[in-house]
Design a protein around this ligand. Structure first.
Ligand code: SAH
Length: 342
């Protein structure tokens, strides 16, 4: 199979072109066709010499994604299911708002981390996505979107920091002016809390947003919700976030799902504000999206607001996430790879 050309950085493509005795500026032209003009074949790249177009077509392909299914929510959220060449499936979501559109993309097919509340881990881990497969999702969303795609969040299937190199390569390309030119501050990596990877990310010199799925303020509750907590318990995780904040000068967001009877009463709010005291952070509260009728459920509206107000009173910055795309199973944690056959 031919290599997906999006696998290459500008430098790498320039290197290939040099070996073909082509000038360096062709690399920028080629990527501009792909990332900015939405070209779907090499033959139509009209400012390239014919022999180069042919040679590109002989050596590279342009996309590895095949649309398998598509659903649109009443609120405008669109969910795409893609089939990869090896038969694995991944999902990506476009979440439009008044003056922005956010692409929610996957970093892995399946997930290793098996959080109790999340559909993505339910079918286990399949494989890492390549950087090209990550970029292909962004490109697809961008070409489909009637609005400019302004923000990217790695909140689809998978754990981005468990596919570190490919995710970082894709982030750098998304951010480049020769590709999507999406500002680093508009790219969010969301993690279940892989402490060594957070330490590594702090050294990348990137202005990206880091979101940490915390979801509990004590180890007993977090162990039950997120098995990864047994490896990286709350204290170690918060310490690594503190170091990250100090090193990068960036605010960190803590995601906190609210589940009735589990983590959403006032004593939990008290514990949460205590462990976050003095950190440059904000908390994003997400009433849990139930996966099953008998499973975890969101608290009442009243309890959600009590929890939020308690945090606010103790000086924690809080936002309350409004669910989007619930009717098409595109809300957080609802993406399911149910088309997959093993
Ligand atoms: N592995 C990464 C990114 C994927 S999950 C992570 O753990 O952060 C993206 C976000 O959706 C995370 O904050 C995750 O905790 C949240 N999420 C998962 N299942 C959910 C559910 N049922 N309801 C609400 N949010 C959920």
């Amino acid at each position: 199979m031919k290599e997906n050309i999006k696998q290459l950085s500008l430098e790498e493509l320039t290197g290939v072109l040099a070996s073909w005795k082509e000038p360096a500026f062709r690399a920028g032209q080629i990527f501009s066709w792909i990332y900015q003009k939405g070209a779907d074949d090499f033959a139509g790249m009209s400012n390239l010499p014919q022999p180069l177009r042919r040679r590109l077509g002989e050596n590279f392909c342009l996309s590895g994604l095949e649309l398998a299914s598509f659903r649109e929510s009443l609120d405008g959220t669109k969910k795409f299911l893609f089939k990869l060449p090896d038969g694995k499936f991944i999902e990506a979501v476009n979440i439009p708002a008044q003056n922005r559109a956010t692409g929610c993309i996957s970093s892995q097919a399946g997930c290793k981390f098996a959080c109790a509340f999340c559909a993505s881990g339910a079918l286990g881990f399949k494989r890492n996505l390549s950087s090209a497969e990550i970029l292909d999702q962004v490109l697809y969303l961008k070409n489909d979107s009637s609005q400019a795609l302004t923000h990217i969040v790695f909140m689809g299937t998978g754990e981005p920091l468990d596919n570190y190199d490919n995710v970082l390569k894709a982030v750098r390309i998304m951010n480049s002016d020769w590709a999507f030119n999406i500002g680093a501050r508009r790219i969010t990596i969301s993690t279940c809390g892989l402490v060594p990877a957070i330490a590594r990310l702090a050294e990348e010199g990137l202005q990206i947003e880091l979101s940490v799925s915390l979801h509990a303020a004590d180890d007993k509750v977090r162990d039950a919700l997120m098995p990864v907590n047994k490896r990286y318990p709350i204290k170690e995780l918060i310490d690594s976030c503190r170091k990250y904040i100090n090193r990068t000068n960036r605010q960190v967001t803590f995601e906190y799902i609210l589940a009735r009877g589990v983590n959403s009463d006032l004593p939990n709010a008290g514990k949460l504000s205590k462990i976050l005291a003095g950190l440059n952070c904000k908390v994003n509260l997400i009433p849990i999206n139930p996966q099953k009728e008998e499973g975890l459920q969101p608290p009442s509206k009243r309890d959600i607001l009590f929890f939020r107000d308690a945090l606010v009173k103790s000086g924690v910055a809080v936002t309350l996430r409004r669910p989007r795309g619930q009717d098409i199973e595109a809300a957080c944690g609802q993406l399911r790879l149910r088309y997959e056959k093993d």
